[in-house]
Design a binder for this molecule. Structure first.
Ligand code: ADP
Ligand code: ZN
Length: 725
């Protein structure tokens, strides 16, 4: 399929470069989508052969073309994915090479094929047992995997598995990295669906069989069986021999998902997330590109992988803001998932108990089909939600839990049921203040306070990661013992719980403690074993988990989410509290939720207490409409940053002054960003607001392409922004 003159256009894996033309040497066969190595100066750079005449680049003289060096032994990137790369680059103002990087997943596509070593127990029992060894042996019956996978499965450290390996507990297998995979079996363990569930599952199954583009909003209360139901669509894709991609918002959710998947399909799906080992990453990439992997579950980055024959995409917890990537290519995985499904002509399911207003709006517009699961499965009832007015039900001085909530915790402990306290703040205290001079300890690189982490005895910046030891005197006035912690974080709440209930077994669940699927698996195992009485956690515990014995939830501060007040603040608060409340009473035992607030009459709180989800959404949607906010209009932020503030300011001003005057296209700013300094860079923002009918990308591109600014200034565009800091 080599073209005239053997000239091909190659998109190189280098964001600074436009695509370049190369010559295909004698004897080499390439086609559009082939993964190749190309010479660039003295270097060898990977790239993908693109469609002829794609991209508007200057043609170089045929005589000057350099020959390609090699074609990789990997399936070519298919046309629908090439179109998705172009669309994503175009829509989000990114370099096509940056999007391509996610497709090729740095290195995975260019790997050698060395075998991996896997282990399985052979029945040998070590002479000396420890509780960890016992746990491992109990959990690893019939499990084969790498050392790290066995450790994850058993909920023990890698060292424990290595130790057992030395004692001859395992047999050793060499596994070809791309060897045959055990296929998920759609008939392995089908559930008995309720009538509601059946109705919804049938619609999705038909769409999978029809294999045409279609977007479903699967809207079902927490515990209604959304996962169970979309598994039926996955089963149908398996029967059609098509691949399924399941996107999860948080890698901590992977492990519980895997367990449910195994009981439904008899084997694990292939996973994709940032904490995969390089060797697993390569293997998984190959398996999904060849079509051997039938189901892939992953974080948002799994969206761009080169699936061989994708038949279905599921976006679980589709309302989650973590699907929006905030650095590199600023894309929203939910929205790109819909676009990919359109390109691939397949159905996509957005599942949520608290759908985004944007998604509901698409249903109203007739673009998405709504599938509803109105009730919890198996007769479980929705939890009772009660507001606790902190101005009436006052916590003792220096404490954060209201007496009513403390009583409820005590009662729940007595019943040997589990409780969850939710506060979306990591660390011990969000602010450290000097009592003598009033100094507040700030990050040297960011406009942000240093957050005390007492467990690690450090102060940390949650924006740039800067850490410092906890000072023993004020850095400003040098007064000793004058520093006080202000406000609570989860660690502080946990301390309060321990003082109140010394006998209670507690756990803190945040990204500091649960930073890998293995840690999450450990936590789940402990909860299921009843080894934890009270969990104190951040948003990490609000989603996905299903603990039958968890019956009490306390929201420590429902008002935090409303501070700062960007356009989605109320919606986000509502979603977060509804999700965390949804963890309570998921089985036979009813759940109770207390929401601590200083504003019990706020519409968010009232909607939660009355269970008036539809009323809340209607009011919010109306408010968005009245304010001309998305989804009734379009937004894009322009973020200008530099280490030199005056340079950043001047560039931002230049951008503002040259704003095009087009009907329905408005530019606000520039203004210093709320997070005026981040990682040592000064930041200024502009906000573009347009009517939906306006071609925002086209106008902005023409505007910004004609401007010049100093090299050290970075100008980033954030289309459909979720963060306004
Ligand atoms: P959601 O994703 O909507 O929160 P889940 O799919 O997690 O709901 O279901 C909640 C619980 O109910 C899970 O433990 C699930 O296994 C169980 N469940 C749901 N539907 C069924 C069913 N048809 N048969 C058996 N168990 C079910
Ligand atoms: Zn910082």
């Amino acid at each position: 399929m080599n073209r005239a003159g053997n000239r091909v256009r190659v998109l190189l894996l280098n964001a600074a470069l436009d695509p370049l033309d190369y010559r295909v040497p004698e004897g080499m066969v390439v086609e559009s989508g082939s993964i190749v190595m190309a010479p660039l100066g003295p270097r060898k750079v990977p790239g993908v052969v693109w469609d002829a005449d794609s991209f508007d680049v200057e043609e170089i003289d045929a005589k000057k073309l350099r020959p390609l060096l090699e074609v990789r032994d990997a399936p070519p990137i298919a046309a629908p994915l090439r179109r998705l790369i172009e669309w994503t680059a175009q829509y989000y103002f990114a370099a096509p090479a940056s999007v391509l990087r996610m497709v090729l997943s740095s290195g995975a596509a260019f790997s050698d094929n060395r075998p991996t070593i896997e282990y399985q127990m052979n029945g040998t029992i070590p002479d000396r047992m420890t509780p960890q060894r016992e746990q491992a042996i109990e959990k690893l019956v019939d499990v084969q995997g790498t050392i790290s996978k066995l450790a994850t499965k058993a909920g023990v450290s890698v060292a424990v598995i290595r130790g057992l390996e030395k004692l001859g507990v395992f047999d050793r297998f060499e596994v070809s990295p791309f060897g045959a995979m055990v296929l998920p079996d759609p008939e392995h363990g089908p559930p008995q669906l309720s009538d509601d569930q059946n109705r919804v599952a049938d619609v999705m199954k038909q769409a999978v069989a029809a294999s045409d583009f279609k977007t479903f909003l699967l809207d079902g209360v927490t515990g209604s069986g959304k996962t169970e139901v979309y598994f039926e669509a996955v089963a149908e894709a398996l029967r059609q021999d098509k691949q399924t991609l399941v996107l999860l918002p948080e890698i901590a959710l992977t492990e519980p998902f895997l367990e449910r998947f195994v009981s439904r399909f008899g084997t694990e799906p292939v996973t994709w997330h940032s904490s995969l080992k390089q060797s697993d990453r390569k293997r998984n990439w190959r398996a999904l590109a060849s079509g051997d992997a039938k189901v892939v579950v992953g974080a948002r980055s799994a969206l761009f992988l080169p699936y061989a024959n994708l038949g279905l995409i599921i976006v679980d917890e589709a309302h989650e803001v973590s699907f929006k990537q905030e650095d590199g290519v600023r894309y929203h995985a939910r929205d790109v998932a819909v676009m990919r499904s359109l390109n691939e002509k397949i159905p996509v399911v957005l599942a949520s108990a608290t759908p985004a207003i944007e998604s509901r709006h698409q249903v109203e517009q007739g673009n998405y089909e709504l599938l509803e699961l109105p009730a919890r499965f198996g007769g479980a009832t929705m939890p009772e939600i009660e507001a606790l007015d902190l101005t009436q039900d006052i916590p003792p001085r220096g404490n954060w839990l209201a007496p009513t909530l403390v009583n409820a915790l005590e009662e729940n402990l007595g019943k040997k049921e589990q409780s969850l306290l939710f506060l979306n703040r990591r660390g011990f205290a969000p602010l450290t203040l000097c009592r003598t001079c009033g100094h507040r300890i700030e990050c040297p690189n960011c406009t942000a306070w240093m957050v005390e982490h007492r467990l690690t005895r450090r102060l940390a910046c949650h924006h740039c990661g800067h850490v410092m030891p906890q000072p023993d005197k004020c850095p400003e006035c040098s007064d000793e013992d004058s520093l006080v912690a202000c406000g609570p974080g989860v660690e502080r709440i946990c301390d309060e719980v321990k003082l109140l209930f010394p006998e209670a077994r507690t756990a803190i669940v945040t990204s500091d403690t649960i930073w890998s699927p293995a840690k999450a698996a450990d936590f789940v195992a402990q909860m299921e074993a009843g080894a934890i009485d009270i969990v104190v956690g951040t948003q990490l515990v609000t989603k996905g988990y299903h603990f039958p014995n968890l019956t009490l939830v306390g929201v420590v501060d429902a008002d935090i989410g409303l501070e700062g007040g960007d356009l989605r603040a109320a919606e986000r608060s509502f979603q977060q509290i509804a999700q965390v409340a949804g963890r309570a009473g998921r089985a036979e035992k009813p759940g109770h939720v207390y929401v601590q607030t200083r504003m019990p009459n706020a519409s968010v709180i009232q909607a939660l207490v009355k269970g008036d989800r539809d009323g809340f959404y209607e009011a919010e949607t109306e408010a968005r409409k009245a304010a001309g906010a998305p989804p009734f209009a379009r937004l894009a932020a322009i973020i200008v940053s530099s280490e030199d503030n005056s340079e950043a300011m001047e560039t931002a001003r230049l951008i503002g002054q040259t704003a095009p005057k087009v009907d329905g296209f408005n530019v606000f700013g520039p203004a210093p960003a709320p997070l005026a300094m981040l990682r040592g860079r000064h930041r200024h923002r502009l906000l573009v607001h347009t009517q939906r009918s306006v071609d925002l990308q086209q106008i902005m591109r023409e505007w910004l392409e004609n401007l010049e600014w100093p090299r050290a200034v970075r100008v980033g565009v954030d289309v459909d922004p979720y963060s306004f800091v």
